[in-house]
Design a protein around this ligand. Structure first.
Ligand SMILES: NC(=O)c1ccc[n+]([C@@H]2O[C@H](COP(=O)([O-])OP(=O)(O)OC[C@H]3O[C@@H](n4cnc5c(N)ncnc54)[C@H](O)[C@@H]3O)[C@@H](O)[C@H]2O)c1
Length: 395
């Protein structure tokens, strides 16, 4: 993260895709000292109108028009995955720096095309947001790197949510089109494990679950990863809306806000009241800019964001993300490193732009660049491959 963000000339940014992710990022960036929102592109006129009313900024349904703005430095691409490759390449060719939401693309070939376009056109690329930008995760990585509690040996990470029963468009339930947890939730976990392990992934052994024929994509998985430096990790996700692992995180939601205890199965019950695919798609679109942010992201006292329960074990102690920072467990007992809660809507999202600003202004190579994101996608694809072939995949 940049040490002196306010010293940078403001990054003049365009938002491409004003849906859920675009809205969260835009709300986070409103008061960012080193980012100025100058325009937005979306196909949804209501989201564009709401954006224009808030920012008195340029809006368009045509990406080429946004990219033609001479005052535009960079774009944040938060459209559905299948558009990332084409839009990122167009932005790079227009000489604009690029932030792309995860996953970078749906295939390794598409990732390569984006990376090549960025290199050819001399612009910077950062891929995010993933939870590896969370302040608790970056602090855990710093504690591990300090060596204060010895070398990292293993990580255990699990998250149980209602992911699969939130309103979806049909393609979001089709794995071949980037649907399901593997392309949408697993990148958060893999990125975090990779950041903490600080070593290339060596192998992946996974089992995936498709347990509901009416939501015919992966809703759960369990994997064992080994890293080249000897670290190993177990990682689990279930989006089946039964158990909610926020119960083990003091009932703090993903975005770091207190949330009401309980609510198990609530997303399933809400979905059962929706009568058709078309109605579900309409509800899905209502998360566009101008709509209230989802409850778990927008209400209650702000703590640190998280992505489930995670324990990183070093030889001399364990680290666990807590609601206000991280717990450190050693032979001396437990202590907590409390992290400041920034005045962002969700801590962690502005850090994506800080990484881009550092790359542009300080020539710092981004951690979450194109090659990093390609490797995360490679691991996600290895999860699918391991499950399909019933064997360990060596990367
Ligand atoms: N980092 C996170 O925590 C997080 C959270 C949500 C989504 N995401 C990512 O963000 C991306 C978008 O997901 P979402 O949930 O915000 O989707 P969404 O459907 O809520 O929003 C997508 C927006 O893009 C617009 N759009 C669609 N096609 C377009 C096009 N060709 N040109 C311009 N605009 C277009 C839609 O009108 C919509 O407003 C996905 O890649 C997803 O993985 C990341």
């Amino acid at each position: 993260m940049a040490e002196s963000k306010a010293d940078f000339p403001p990054l003049r940014l365009g938002i491409v895709g004003l849906g859920l992710a675009g809205s969260i990022m835009t709300h986070n960036l409103r008061h960012h000292p080193a980012v100025q929102l100058v325009g937005a592109c979306d196909l949804n006129p209501e989201a564009l109108a709401a954006f224009a009313a808030h920012f008195d900024a340029f809006t368009t349904t045509d990406l080429a028009e946004l990219l033609a703005l001479p005052e535009l430095d960079a774009v944040y691409i938060a459209t559905p995955h299948q558009f990332h490759r084409e839009q990122a390449v167009l932005a790079a060719q227009a000489g604009k720096h690029v932030v792309v939401e995860k996953p970078l693309a749906l295939t390794l070939v598409d990732c390569d095309e984006i990376v090549a376009a960025v290199e050819t056109n001399g612009v910077q690329l950062v891929v995010g947001h993933t939870h590896s930008f969370d302040p608790a995760v970056t602090r855990m990585a710093a504690v591990i790197a300090s060596g204060d509690i010895g070398p990292l040996r293993m990580i255990n990470s699990f998250n149980y949510t209602n992911f699969l029963y939130r309103p979806r468009r049909p393609e979001e339930l089709d794995t071949s089109l980037g649907g399901g947890i593997i392309f949408n939730q697993v990148p958060h976990q893999i990125d975090t494990l990779r950041l903490l392990a600080n070593s290339p992934v060596r192998s992946v052994r996974a089992v995936t679950g498709r347990w509901d024929a009416s939501r015919p994509t992966e809703g759960a998985y369990q994997a064992f990863l080994t890293f080249e430096n000897g670290v190993s990790a177990t990682v689990v996700y279930s989006g089946y809306d039964h158990f909610d692992s926020d119960e083990l995180h003091d009932w703090v939601g993903e975005g770091g806000r207190d949330k009401p205890p309980g609510g198990w199965g609530g997303a399933r019950r809400n979905l059962a009241r929706v009568s058709s695919e078309a109605e579900e798609a309409v509800i899905r679109q209502q998360s566009g800019y101008g709509a209230p942010l989802p409850l778990a992201l927008g209400e209650g006292t702000q703590h640190q964001p998280h992505f489930g329960v995670m324990v990183a074990s070093c030889e001399g102690g364990d680290l666990k993300a807590s609601k206000n920072g991280i717990y450190v467990y050693t032979g001396e007992g437990q202590s907590e490193i409390v992290l400041p809660t920034p005045a962002a809507v969700i801590p962690g999202w502005c850090e994506v732009m800080d990484e881009l600003n550092s790359a542009i202004n300080l020539r710092v190579t981004p951690i979450h660049g194109g090659c990093w994101a390609r490797e995360t996608l490679r691991c996600c694809l290895a999860v699918l491959e391991s499950a399909a072939q019933d064997k360990e995949i060596w990367l």
